[in-house]
Ligand binder design. Structure first.
Ligand code: ADP
Ligand code: MG
Length: 441
């Protein structure tokens, strides 16, 4: 059992997290803080607006979590914002003292939905987990934030811990790796540090893009890295960009990273995004209509993380209103989010103008009747951007595009959503336009 208050609280939170659907965790449990520990009582501080509800609904769960994570006979009290701890209580935790993430039990291969953008990354990760050191080594996963890299990395760790007959796993973010190393130097204990990483069978390092620019750690990383590979240990890394695009990384490290398998994860298409949401809802035990999931999958296209965040908010919002989630409600919540996130959203007219320019067409081509392939393609792209960058509904977008009806807009959105994955031209123009429209006018 952990002894330090921060470790105890980490353990309790881990239990809570495991036992609670994400949307409930997000509303009721995430805002809680450790106030103090006094003898066997854990004092948990809740913001005033949820305190009574937390005490009414979650005390039994909090007690169970404290029993599992702290002391079998632990008691829990939910206290308010101005509560003062008893004089001899153990001090509360400084947030920065919290330990880094361990393996998240929810990040497993089972819970990972496979689609076009991540199939290969999934297969390579599973191979590395099944036969560590014998398949792709090192395995380097990269892709934009929120795309599932950490999920796969933890899935490998969880798999090896479960089925690896005693193989040792080390997981660390590059930040943790670095700070442990710096601490080891300070204490003249680098031998122990080396042992810790080099003694492991499977080493998982998250977010190596942050390795750049730190000479001595990079040196150590390189040596640790080489000795792991030479000893037949499995190494898996993630990064938000490809090895050659990590700024300031020296050639020999880039070469080393590329010497195994480098795989990129891409954002899954609409059907897979919907499947991810369906799985998430099912795992969290919430009942959400398919059309609501489609609405969310359709509107949120930046990352899987954003997708899940949107689902959580929609469900949380509906549950606070005591109403079922509907596509309208989802649209309402997402619009509010979008307005919050992008106050400079563009007007449909600006989008039409920019798109016409990008494709070398006249604005009236886009709103006109031409069915020429180049024109249709440009029109579809403009509709797609109007859907993403404005708060207009497909019906409103249709009207702005020369009185077209809603279904032709939704058809266009599906077309573009599929072709950004397949068609280089469409992808480039969407990216160019996004960039152009993101600049202040
Ligand atoms: P990254 O490390 O690439 O920034 P994460 O691995 O943290 O992204 O993923 C963000 C969230 O999306 C996590 O909750 C993860 O479980 C979820 N996720 C990502 N890809 C998938 C997928 N293919 N199936 C199910 N959940 C996914
Ligand atoms: Mg990550």
């Amino acid at each position: 059992m952990p002894q330090q208050p921060d470790e105890i609280w980490d353990a309790i939170r881990g239990e809570l997290r495991r036992d609670t659907p994400d949307f409930k965790f997000h509303i009721w449990l995430e805002p809680l803080e450790l106030a103090a520990i006094h003898e066997r009582t854990v004092y948990v501080r809740a913001p005033d607006h949820i305190r009574t509800s937390v005490a009414e609904r979650y005390l039994p769960l909090l007690r169970r979590a404290a029993a599992a994570g702290f002391d079998p006979n632990a008691l829990v009290e939910v206290v308010g914002e101005d509560w003062e701890p008893p004089a001899d209580a153990r001090p509360e935790v400084a947030p920065e003292a919290r330990r880094g993430d361990r393996l998240n039990p929810k990040y497993t291969f089972d819970q990972f939905v496979i689609g076009a953008g991540n199939r290969f990354a999934h297969a390579a990760s599973l191979a590395a987990a099944e036969l560590p050191g014998h398949s792709y080594n090192p395995l380097f996963l990269h892709g934009s934030p929120g795309i599932g890299k950490t999920h796969l990395l933890h899935a490998i760790g969880n798999y090896v811990e479960r089925f690896g007959s005693g193989l040792e796993v080390r997981y660390a973010t590059i930040e943790e790796f670095t700070s442990e190393f710096v601490e080891a130097i300070r204490q003249n204990a680098t031998a122990g540090f080396k042992q810790r990483f080099r003694g492991a069978d499977v080493v998982l390092i998250d977010d190596v893009q942050f390795l750049a620019g730190r000479d001595r750690t990079r040196e150590e990383f390189f040596h640790t890295f080489n000795s792991l590979l030479e000893g037949g240990r499995q190494l898996v890394m993630t990064s938000d960009r490809a090895p050659e695009d990590i700024p300031g990384l020296e050639e020999r490290l880039i070469e080393r990273f590329r010497s195994g398998l480098v795989v990129e994860l891409e954002l899954p298409e609409l059907t897979v995004r919907t499947a991810i949401l369906a799985k998430r809802a099912w795992l969290d035990g919430v009942d959400v209509d398919l059309e609501v999931l489609v609405e969310i999958a359709h509107r949120v296209t930046t990352s899987v993380r954003a997708l899940e965040g949107a689902l959580i908010r929609v469900v949380a919002y509906a549950s606070m209103l005591g109403e079922p989630a509907t596509p309208e409600l989802a649209r309402h919540v997402l619009r509010r989010l979008q307005v919050d996130e992008s106050p400079d959203a563009r007007s449909i007219n600006e989008i039409l103008e920019a798109t016409a320019q990008e494709f070398g067409l006249e604005l009236k081509d886009l709103t006109g009747l031409s069915k020429r392939r180049e024109v249709t393609r440009a029109r579809h792209v403009a509709m797609y951007l109007a859907d993403q960058l404005t708060t207009h509904t497909p019906g409103e977008i249709g009207r702005a595009f020369g009185q077209r009806d809603r279904t032709s807009v939704t058809y266009a959105l599906k077309q573009v959503d599929a072709s950004v994955h397949k068609d280089q031209l469409v992808r480039n123009s969407v990216n160019n336009l996004r960039r152009r429209l993101a600049q202040p006018s």
